[in-house]
Design a protein around this ligand. Structure first.
Ligand code: HEM
Length: 356
């Protein structure tokens, strides 16, 4: 109580008394200052005028250099779907804790449910023929490093980001304040320090994988029939099929770059960006992150238990000829005709692959 009244006192001093002695004042400002002085006599303790002035978002005088430093509370604003104007900070808080958290949470749950349903109804996609034991190169060492550094840092960012966004609703009631505070502080620090690693690996990854993700003949047919993939139907494709290309362009290039740029705006607030820029960046960051996490859940399923043999490709860098033929026939033909680097097990010295 004591602290509060001292703060209010300071505010009154700053806005009602410091202003008139400061720079040139307009007649309207003089009237306002007089009005406020009078009010402290007539209605001691009623600071509504001061607060109205504070909430107007108008810049006042300050000796602190920088953009917006003279604005104590931002002007009124409204985020999409909001009926009334409130101070921008409050509008942002309501939007972030309202629709973003609500629909975002349901999207992640829905994605997990769809993956679960596919797994329990269709099961993993298995090879039709037996593995030959002859392997061909699929990913170079550099490509695998780029993938795993990006993939693992992405997972750390996803888990810590989800804790920051939903933890208060989901984990706090289960863990209690002490453990939750500890976990969230850890999550926040991991998020801040792993993000730069993710961004660098993302850029390296995009450059390395770009060429083989360019559109090619047969992509449209693949997309139109993509659902048959889950029924074991083989669809003709090059090194990456059209589904993988959508993941690359929409998930990795567009969404991950949006997440990275908005994240950098939040991570380095020392570049004089306005509070409104940070609020918009925070909302864009959360929405893009949730969308790409939804996508990634599907990708991680396909890269582990969803498609027999896929995980081994990215772990060892080589794939069995049967896998190559059944999943990426055009690429296989290209490799066999000497178009792309081909290595047999004997040539590379790798042990015949067992499928994982
Ligand atoms: C940590 C869990 C992950 C696992 C187990 C995993 C697994 C795999 C596997 C097995 C492949 C090779 C598929 C093939 O041979 O065609 C692959 C490729 C790929 N992964 Fe992952 N991955 C993971 C995380 C990620 C994340 C988080 C991203 C993106 C942020 C990502 C992006 C890609 C891309 C773009 C490709 C190549 C396909 C293309 O270029 O279209 N992966 N992944």
């Amino acid at each position: 109580m004591h602290t509060l009244s001292r703060m209010t006192g300071w505010l009154v001093l700053t806005f009602a008394f410091a202003l008139p002695v400061g720079a040139q004042q307009t007649p309207a400002q003089k009237d306002l200052a007089k009005d406020q002085q009078q009010r402290t006599v007539n209605q001691p303790g009623n600071n509504s005028e001061v607060w109205r002035d504070v909430r107007s978002g108008q810049p006042n005088n300050t000796t602190v250099p920088g953009r917006e430093t003279g604005v104590l509370v931002q002007a009124q604003a409204r985020f999409p779907g909001q009926e009334n104007m409130t101070t921008a900070g409050e509008a942002w808080r309501k939007f972030r804790n309202g629709p973003v958290t609500f629909y975002g949470g349901w999207l992640v749950i829905l994605m997990c449910a769809i993956i679960g349903a596919i797994y329990y109804t269709r099961g993993p996609i298995k090879l039709h023929d037996k593995p030959t034991g002859r392997v061909i190169d699929r990913f170079s060492l550099a490509e695998r490093w780029a993938h795993w550094v990006m993939g693992i840092s992405f997972c750390v960012l996803s888990v810590s980001g989800l804790i920051i966004l939903f933890g208060k609703h989901v984990l706090l009631p289960v863990l209690g304040y002490t453990l939750f505070a500890w976990l969230t502080a850890l999550g926040k620090n991991l998020h801040n320090f792993v993000a730069p690693l993710f961004i660098v690996s993302l850029l390296v990854f995009i450059v390395m994988y770009l060429k083989d993700n360019l559109p090619e003949k047969g992509d449209a047919t693949w997309l139109a029939n993509g659902w048959k993939f889950f029924y074991g139907v083989h669809l003709s494709s090059g090194r990456f099929n059209a589904g993988e290309k959508v993941w690359f362009w929409v998930g990795v290039v567009v969404l991950c770059l949006i997440v990275s740029v908005s994240g950098l705006i939040l991570l380095f607030p020392n570049f004089d960006q306005l509070r409104s820029t940070m609020q918009q960046a925070s909302v864009v960051h959360a929405i893009a992150a949730i969308l790409v996490i939804g996508f990634a859940i599907g990708h991680i399923y396909m890269g582990t238990i969803g498609v027999e043999g896929a995980y081994g490709n990215m772990r060892d860098g080589v794939t069995d000829e049967t896998w190559a033929k059944e999943h990426h026939d055009m690429w296989y033909d290209d490799v066999k005709s000497g178009g792309a680097g081909v290595t047999t097990a004997a040539k590379s010295g790798a042990a015949p692959q067992t499928l994982h």
